[in-house]
Design a protein around this ligand. Structure first.
Ligand code: NAP
Length: 460
């Protein structure tokens, strides 16, 4: 049984779901392909009616959607509501802008005329993680459906109720059968979906291990893919940073979603002059967080998404310490029912320590003290990941130069705003390839076709 909904705040099993049989899976793939044949011919305005309706329903039923998410993966209720709202914004954004993003582009060849036009490619298979149970789905559904593709989605095993709720959303919005299909399937079945000739593109958001496996499979089948993988983002604090402002972002950057965000601040790289003060205030602010029921608005520390996630993270912290890191706060589970972990800070992590290169997916901050800006940038770049990062300084021009020198797909100056419907999102190195959101996100699974007209005779 790999799809089960379990409340991580209590450990109580909520519901179990059977995986699809191979026969059921076949029917769903066939329905998706049939749907594509008509959906591709719809105008952007016709597609937008359904996508915008889905956005409107999300807004109307925000509390209901948020509640399911909080029960199933422990996200604090205010954050859950924010995620539902953001998911609605993404759908509305593509409903409004898709036609403009995919409009033909005139070219100017030396002879004759030409243009590039965009057309959908077919059924896109999307594999998605639990940490943002709706936002991740909106990130693929909004652009790809508006582009004229249809989607099959394999969501994470621990959020089946969210996966099912999001599928129902499309039915309620008036989507034809096969436009958006949730698949409760095993990894083996997922491999077969990637291999299936009716599938024309594969999008994954998840861990590096899943990325390697699914990207290799897509590559073997010569199918386009986009990979949104893990990260170990640097949070660089220069000596001229506004400390109060920086600390607030440090806490939010590490603790939002209980630290389970791909582009959370994970490595705190602080210039020597501010390092002691930063560490002292950061520690104080983290210690003030109170574990509680994530449905309670007053709770400031929610549980991790599952007991397994907690056990893995505790083991990872122990491993870091056994290789020489110093634990200056936290490191243990919170003494209460549920999968809660104390906010944790590790220092003295040397390059030989495996923790130096690992992603810590939870409330664990790695702290590094550096001499100056150059050393901060060198350390930030000494990572297998390249998703995002941030730099804090009162001098925006300086921050901008630092941002240009850090090797990642995204950089933020004096904030970690992470993501907006309008802003392309994605990374380099082991953080993957391709972009979601913004105008780039809709271009990933479309055929960019050149059409050229020349009235000249063929050369002899
Ligand atoms: P995960 O284990 O890779 O799971 C993500 C999804 O991939 C789940 O649906 C999972 O299904 C599926 N999956 C994993 N291995 C698979 C395989 N061999 N074949 C088919 N499907 C497979 O990742 P996670 O631990 O849940 O999520 C956290 C990771 O995602 C972190 O590394 C985080 O940084 C990354 N992430 C990246 C972004 C981004 O935009 N860059 C955003 C969010 C999260 P099951 O649950 O059934 O195993």
């Amino acid at each position: 049984m790999s799809y089960q909904s379990l409340n991580p705040a209590t450990g109580k099993l909520l519901k179990k779901f059977d995986e699809l049989t191979d026969k059921e899976l076949e029917t769903k793939i066939a329905t998706a392909e049939t749907c594509f044949a008509t959906w591709r011919k719809k105008t952007y305005a016709e597609r937008a009616v359904i996508v915008a309706k889905a956005a409107a329903i999300l807004r109307t039923k925000a509390d209901e959607f948020a509640h399911t998410m909080t029960l199933e993966m422990g996200k604090r209720i205010s954050e859950a509501r924010g995620e539902v709202e953001f998911s609605a914004n993404i759908l509305a954004y593509y409903a409004k802008n898709a036609e403009r993003f995919l409009a033909p582009v005139k070219l100017h060849p030396s002879l004759g005329e030409g243009h590039m036009e965009s057309s959908p490619i077919g059924v896109v298979f999307c594999v998605e993680p639990w940490n943002f149970p709706y936002y991740q789905l909106a990130r693929v559904a909004g652009p790809h459906l508006m582009a004229g593709n249809v989607v099959l989605v394999k969501h994470a095993g621990i959020v089946p109720q969210c996966a099912i709720a999001f599928e129902k959303l499309w039915i309620e919005a008036g989507a034809p059968a096969g436009l958006y299909t949730n698949l409760l399937i095993s990894h083996d079945q997922s491999d077969r979906v990637v291999d299936d000739p009716r599938i024309k593109g594969v999008a994954l958001t998840g861990s590096v291990a899943a990325g390697r496996s699914i990207a290799a499979r897509a590559g073997k089948n010569l199918k386009p893919s986009s990979m949104e993988l893990g990260g170990s983002d640097a949070f660089i604090v220069l000596e001229d940073a506004d400390l109060e402002h920086t600390i607030k972002w440090a806490v939010w950057g590490r603790m939002y979603n209980t630290g389970q965000t791909c582009c959370a601040a994970k490595r705190f790289i602080v210039v020597d002059k501010l390092a002691d003060k930063f560490l002292d205030k950061f520690q104080g602010a983290l210690a003030a967080l109170k574990a509680g029921d994530p449905l309670d608005e007053k709770t400031t520390l929610g549980p991790l998404s599952s007991e397994q996630a907690l056990l893995d993270l505790l083991k990872q912290v122990d491993g870091a310490v056994s290789h020489g890191a110093k634990l200056i706060m936290g490191g243990k589970r919170v003494d209460r029912p549920g999968s809660y972990m104390e906010p944790t800070i590790l220092t003295d992590i040397k390059p030989e320590n495996p923790a130096f290169r690992e992603e810590f997916f939870g409330p664990v901050a790695l702290f590094f003290r550096v001499k100056d800006e150059d050393q901060a940038i060198a350390l930030a770049n000494d990572s297998d990941f390249g998703l995002g990062g941030s730099v804090f300084t009162k001098d925006i021009a300086r921050g901008s130069k630092v941002a240009s020198r850090v090797e990642t797909g995204m950089m933020f100056i004096n904030n970690i705003s992470w993501s907006d419907a309008e802003l392309p999102f994605g990374g380099i190195k082991d953080s993957g390839y391709g972009r979601e959101l913004g105008d780039m996100g809709i271009q990933e699974f479309v055929n960019k076709k050149l059409v050229r007209y020349v009235s000249a005779e063929a050369p002899l």
